[in-house]
Ligand binder design. Structure first.
Ligand code: SUG
Length: 446
């Protein structure tokens, strides 16, 4: 089937004004080890925007996704805190600082977990399907999907998009979105193959990780493939290696990244690597290109420390090989840096590696790939995007000014109960929805 002209648009999550380190994600080594440190929301947001803008300047199409309202007062009220908002904040700070931290997390910045997207070329009805992730395995993230749904519907409000409800919450359908989903294709607008990676099939209890939770289930993957109308023969399900999850690989995008006809991954990423390769090749109708990094070159712990595989693998216009966008930490871990230098000079598949300082997000376990949600869009979908969500120089500069005006330079746990922070966050988000022309999407606006 001939494809139509389309691009991969990377939508980056803007880091919210309450970005902080609370050690909330068990199984995410960076989150656990930085819990309690103070953060810089301003630097975090500027680092993220800087990456998005750099990609725009490389000739790629880039969008942004606004952050959510935090602390989330509706959740706190739902949990029994009452009175004025100042009283609610005071009570929760006294009774349960951990709950205040959870409802204040800026975790929605990691939009690779916002949703799973199947582009029009792959679906039965020829529309682009989106399912917001329920994120039900971590409380602080489980409060994201309702606003995520509203935001995605406001951003992608054309008839050619179908918005599904998140899967039912709870362990059976635990879903963490695009972080565990990779699409392969020849050209973006042509039919592709979806690889869904899970940590638990709910059947084989011997094959699950022993130490850390598996955050994606096979039934969740299957439900999404079904409701998006993907054809059976174009879908591959792969079990994540439980030992990798136990080493801190809480999402597949911490150990593997794919784009078009290439999969770049660590040798310990999948439980059954050979089956993954043969099923992907069969679904594609040709052999894909694989770059498998052996443990002898990069150990699992160095991969987790550097976030080598949480990179963006991009097809930059005018370049023959792919470009890899990696976090600055990859320069600091000697074995990883050496490997990347070798890759850049010797591999025909990846011929450029760009390092970005995303330290603020990285300290919570979020690298370049976590910060972006890929949406393949046709020329028509791009042209008919009503809101101002696609990045250009004017928007980039307005967003920087907006961050500089509204964000604190430093934030510690004790600041989360400050009612002024809540009102600063709302002022900032209200301005942002106007700047982006996306209408009212937040609870405080509704
Ligand atoms: O869900 N960290 C996020 C990081 C998500 C990374 N996303 C991808 N790999 N796609 C998480 O574990 C830490 C928050 C804290 O501890 O303050 C956090 O939620």
């Amino acid at each position: 089937m001939p494809g139509i002209k389309a691009w991969e648009v990377n939508f980056d999550g803007i880091v919210g004004p309450t970005h902080n380190y609370a050690g909330l994600s068990f199984g995410n080594v960076a989150s656990s080890s930085h819990g309690g440190q103070s953060s810089s929301p301003r630097q975090a947001a500027l680092q993220g925007l800087g990456k998005a803008w750099a990609l725009t300047q490389m000739g790629l199409k880039q969008g942004i996704i606004p952050p959510q309202e935090r602390p989330h007062i509706p959740t706190l009220r739902n949990l029994g805190f009452s009175g004025s908002e100042t009283e609610v904040l005071g009570q929760v700070a006294k009774e349960s600082p951990q709950l205040l931290a959870a409802t204040s997390s800026a975790s929605c910045m990691w939009v690779a977990n916002a949703a799973t997207i199947s582009p029009f070329a792959d679906t039965r009805d020829g529309k682009t399907h989106m399912t917001p992730a329920n994120l039900s395995s971590m409380f602080h993230r489980s409060i994201e999907p309702s606003t995520t749904s509203r935001v995605l519907q406001a951003m992608f409000n054309q008839d050619s998009f179908v918005h599904h409800a998140p899967l039912p919450a709870g362990p059976s359908f635990s879903d963490e979105g695009a972080a565990n989903h990779t699409r392969f294709c020849n050209k973006y607008g042509e039919p592709g193959v979806a690889l869904f990676v899970y940590g638990d099939d709910l059947v084989d209890k011997e094959a699950v990780p022993k130490k850390f939770p598996a955050r994606q289930t096979l039934p969740a993957c299957k439900a999404i493939a079904r409701s998006h109308g993907l054809s059976h023969e174009k879908v591959v399900y792969a079990r994540q290696n439980p030992a990798a999850i136990d080493a801190g690989v809480f999402h597949n995008d911490v150990i593997a990244v794919g784009n078009q006809g290439l999969l770049f991954h660590h040798e310990l990423a999948f439980a059954k690597r050979d089956e993954v390769y043969s099923q992907l090749d069969a679904a594609m109708g040709r052999a894909l290109d694989y770059i498998e990094v052996p443990s002898t070159k990069v150990s699992l712990s160095d991969a987790v420390r550097s976030y080598l595989f949480n990179s963006q693998l991009l097809s930059v216009p005018g370049k023959s090989g792919a470009t890899l966008i990696v976090p600055g930490e990859c320069e600091e871990v000697a074995a990883v840096h050496e490997y990347l230098q070798w890759l850049e000079s010797e591999s025909a598949l990846i011929n450029e590696v760009c390092y970005f300082n995303l330290r603020q997000s990285m300290n919570n376990g979020g690298g370049p790939a976590c910060l972006r949600l890929r949406v393949v869009m046709s020329e028509d979908q791009i042209a008919n995007t009503a809101s101002r969500i696609l990045l250009d120089e004017a928007l980039y500069s307005e967003l920087r000014t907006w961050v500089e005006r509204n964000y604190r330079d430093s934030l510690a746990a004790a600041d989360l109960q400050d009612p002024a922070l809540l009102s600063e966050c709302r002022t900032a988000l209200d301005e942002l929805t106007q700047l982006l022309k996306i209408g009212s999407v937040y609870d405080f606006q509704l």
